[in-house]
Ligand binder design. Structure first.
Ligand code: HEC
Length: 297
């Protein structure tokens, strides 16, 4: 591991091993190393092998070197030096081009002719990497000016508004896809005719026997008036249908029969009966409700 090349090789192989293990083990969404910590052990053993192999090759190299006679050693050193010079030549060239400094030996050429207390100045070129960065900022500034100030690109307020609009769409979509996430405290009155129609279908099937087809009441109370025993408003009506009425009165909990969204639909239908005139209304029971959508349970 004495040469840069062998060090780079070892590091490269280790990183490669890391990713091969990660992507060849099926761990679903999680990181394979998080799900199966034993992989760290496997990786560790692999890295040990790589290091050992590098060391073995280096040792072999040394032994072979010892078998050379003086002349052979000399030509070997020459060849090695040449190889070293070529190593990373491209990177070295690029680096030199990007910093563009005069080699120390040629500084004489760019020495300015003033001198202050023995301190002299070199007329170096600006480093090209710095210059390119500077040009890039100029291009960026021009683009920025044209895009935001002339062509009316979005400012912070516009960006905020478009993000809020996108979030609202996402929330609406989420709600539409997860209709059964409602409960008595979060339910809102449904006004979509399709929901009310579905609510009426549930009502006609499960509720009309006790509350009459038009909500006028029978065994159960009148649902068309403003008087409620268990509280009015969508949230309390939802709660009553879901959890049932007072025990022994005949209104059972429906939460095992109906899904949350179905309860919301039939509750909305019940609310929609408010103010209609049933054929044979039962006398008002409970208190006049003026609590809006407040949940009293
Ligand atoms: C077996 C008869 C019966 C059936 C079926 C029935 N209810 Fe009731 N319901 C009652 C009775 C009785 C009460 C009064 C409960 C009490 O006093 O605690 C009541 C109360 C209610 C109330 C509260 C009324 C108030 O004044 O607070 C609502 C809302 C209601 N029912 C809706 C429904 C819906 C919707 C269904 C169908 C899913 C349904 N009920 C099915 C008998 C019934």
């Amino acid at each position: 591991m004495k040469t840069t090349a062998s060090l780079l090789r070892a590091i490269g192989l280790s990183i490669l091993g890391f990713f091969i293990l990660q992507f060849s083990v099926d761990s679903g969404e999680e990181w394979a190393y998080g799900k199966y910590p034993v992989l760290w052990l496997i990786l560790g053993v692999f890295i040990l092998f790589v290091v050992a192999a590098e060391m073995a090759v280096a040792a072999l190299h040394r032994i072979l070197y010892e078998t050379l006679d003086e002349k052979q050693k000399e030509s070997y050193h020459l060849a090695e030096a040449k190889r070293k010079e070529k190593q990373f030549a491209w990177i070295k060239r690029k680096y030199a081009a990007l910093v563009d400094t005069k080699p120390m030996a040629k500084e004489e050429e760019i020495l300015l002719d003033h001198e202050y207390d023995g301190i002299r100045e070199l007329d170096n070129n600006l480093p090209p990497w710095w210059k390119y960065l500077f040009y890039a900022t100029i291009v960026f500034a021009g683009w920025y000016l044209v895009y935001y100030e002339i062509m009316g690109g979005p400012n912070q307020y516009d960006e905020y508004e478009s993000e809020v609009a996108a979030a609202e769409i996402a929330i609406a979509k989420f709600k539409a896809e997860n209709k059964d996430l409602v409960d008595a405290s979060s339910v809102e009155l449904l006004e979509d005719p399709a929901d009310l129609k579905a609510g009426k279908a549930i009502y006609d099937q499960s509720c009309l026997a006790c509350h009459a087809a038009d909500g006028g009441g029978g065994i159960g109370p009148n649902l068309t008036d403003e008087y409620w025993i268990l509280g009015g408003g969508i949230k309390n009506v939802y709660h009553t249908i879901s959890e049932g009425g007072r025990s022994g009165k005949g209104m059972v909990p429906w939460k095992d029969e109906l899904k949350p969204n179905e309860i919301a639909q039939v509750a909305s239908y019940v609310i929609s009966l408010q103010g209609t005139e049933p054929a044979d209304p039962k006398e008002p029971q409970g208190d006049k409700w003026d609590g809006g959508d407040e949940l009293i349970h």
